[in-house]
Design a binder for this molecule. Structure first.
Ligand SMILES: [Fe+2]
Length: 224
């Protein structure tokens, strides 16, 4: 790592002695035009940034969950993080294979991403799951968009993205199963922000708990 002052130097500047470059290579995968290869690289970098962000968000939730469901959700997120880290590596290496220069640097990701940081800090597991549902929803939408965009450009990259999406959608199902009721509804239905999704999920927990205590009181009154 270098100081902030030194890092402002343009790496493509001839004054740096031409030791580094962020330009695409002169080659890409055989049979793919360099123009198509460059388009694939751009798509892959966007998905790489999204996957890195998702991985760190999963750990953030893993660390900040509280409440009665702590241990189950805390442990559920570790294999999801590991799976996403494997996708990060595969996506970055595919980018390099296509002639690109993959970046996983925090400053680059923050300056180029089109979304904000995850909104919750310490919160009940159910609140985090309500918000994480939205995170997965957006990430999977992005992956499905990339699948569509690579259909003609590069079916090999598309195949990688399809495999990742199947795994991501399974992780998303694990999360949603905590929000789903017997009729198939979701506790955070209609919420468009992470905070609203978290609040809706907590309201559902509160109403379920008060329903249970009302039933218990009625049962006690009837002597059963
Ligand atoms: Fe841990």
């Amino acid at each position: 790592m270098v100081s902030k002052v030194a890092s402002t130097t343009n790496p493509n500047d001839s004054a740096t002695g031409a030791v580094t470059s962020n330009r695409n290579a002169s080659f890409t995968a055989p049979g793919v035009s360099t123009a198509d290869g460059a388009s694939v690289v751009d798509i892959l970098q966007e998905r790489l940034s999204a996957l890195i962000d998702l991985g760190m968000t999963l750990k953030h939730i893993h660390w900040n969950i509280v409440g009665p469901s702590f241990i189950g959700v805390h442990l559920m997120l570790d294999p999801q993080y590991a799976g996403v880290q494997a996708m990060v590596d595969t996506t970055a290496e595919r980018t390099a294979t296509m002639g690109g220069v993959p970046s996983g640097l925090p400053g680059f990701i923050v300056s180029t991403r089109t979304w904000d940081d995850y909104d919750l800090g310490r919160a009940d597991a159910q609140a985090h799951l309500g918000a994480l549902d939205l995170v997965y929803r957006n990430l999977i939408k992005g992956h499905r968009g990339a699948i569509e965009a690579t259909e003609q450009l590069d079916p090999v990259t598309q195949d990688m993205l399809i495999g990742q999406t199947a795994e991501l959608e399974q992780y998303h199902w694990f999360v949603r199963s905590h929000l789903e009721d017997y009729a198939g509804g979701l506790s955070n239905a209609g919420a468009e922000t992470e905070v609203d999704a978290a609040k809706a999920s907590m309201r559902k927990v509160a109403s379920t708990r008060s329903g249970r205590s009302t039933a218990a009181e009625a049962s006690a009154r009837s002597g059963r």
